[in-house]
Design a protein around this ligand. Structure first.
Ligand SMILES: C[S@@+](CC[C@H](N)C(=O)[O-])C[C@H]1O[C@@H](n2cnc3c(N)ncnc32)[C@H](O)[C@@H]1O
Length: 285
């Protein structure tokens, strides 16, 4: 099973106010790109979405779809900075959708919609999807050898929504080495089971296989330490609000998110996880 809508609500619908306390002000809940190394989180998030919109070759003539649009951070950049002609977003989180609607973005629409049953009215010129694929294959399905097929279904379906020649700015968290200590394995399992139920980070080699036959990888950059810096900054900001979070949402929520963000920081440092951005080209087939 992929993450269901109930799973997604566990991960993203805790409370918009809670996420607002520690994400950047535009509410990106994915790795920023620290290109110089000493940027603020806000700047790193702008770098990230600039890279992806350049990968997708978005301009003022583009109709763009953001698959797994979160709180609308990329949609905001696409209409306001890239001046895209029309931007659509889909998410499975009710709280996120509410937030996207509150932004009142020009030339933009968003829906509560599972990508697997989405039927666009017309083809798009460009696609963006940022760390949404991490919800599509469960650990059990991966153990059964189904991961590449599940990821390929996603890339094939998205390939139907554009014409050959279109570009796709794609970003995913990756699994890499396995931790050796029992506590680290338990902390990672806690993150997968409690914070992101139903999800699992793909391996790079699975993605390289799965993009075929519809897409060609034109450019690829990894940003493992960028995600380390992003999660470290989220953790630092969240701890600044510890008393308020404990008082408002209870000790369990603070303790769970502290454990998850702390294992993320250690996991990116220790190569248990990484992050990749890809420029994909829809090829003829
Ligand atoms: C880690 S969040 C990233 C959000 C956003 N892209 C960002 O950069 O902040 C993953 C997003 O994928 C969405 N998602 C997960 N599974 C989905 C599915 N099957 N169909 C549509 N959206 C999905 C979630 O609702 C969430 O918005």
């Amino acid at each position: 099973m992929t993450s269901t809508q109930a799973d997604i609500d566990v991960s993203y619908s805790v409370s918009n106010e809670f996420f607002e306390l520690w994400l950047d002000k535009n509410m990106h809940y994915t790795s920023g790109a620290y290109l110089k190394g000493d940027e603020t989180l806000e700047q790193a998030q702008i770098n990230k979405i600039r890279i992806l919109s350049e990968y997708a070759e978005v301009d003022e003539n583009s109709r763009v779809l953001d698959i797994g649009c979160g709180w609308g951070s990329a949609m905001d950049h696409l209409v306001n900075e890239c001046n895209a002609k029309e931007v659509h977003g889909i998410t499975l989180s009710t709280a996120q959708l509410e937030w996207v609607h509150k932004r009142n973005l020009p030339r933009a629409k968003a829906w509560l919609q599972d990508y697997s049953t989405y039927v666009p009215e017309q083809k798009y010129d460009a696609l963006i999807s940022i760390e949404m694929i991490d919800h599509l294959c469960s650990p059990k399905q991966a153990r059964e050898g189904k991961a590449v097929d599940i990821y390929r279904q996603y890339f094939n379906k998205l390939g139907e929504w554009v014409e050959p020649g279109a570009h796709f700015g794609f970003q995913a968290i990756l699994s890499d080495r396995l931790p050796r200590k029992r506590k680290d394995v338990e902390d990672l399992a806690f993150t997968a089971n409690v914070i992101f139920p139903g999800g699992r980070n793909p391996r790079m080699e699975e993605l390289v296989q799965a993009v075929r036959p519809k897409w060609e990888i034109i450019e690829l950059r990894t940003q493992r330490m960028d995600y380390r810096n992003t999660t470290a900054e989220w953790l630092r900001r969240m701890r600044e609000h510890e008393a308020y979070i404990r008082k408002t949402w209870g000790d369990q929520l603070f303790d769970d998110y502290e454990r998850y963000l702390d294992v993320c920081v250690r996991g990116f440092e220790a190569h248990w996880c990484s992050d990749v951005q890809m420029k994909l080209l829809r090829v003829e087939r």
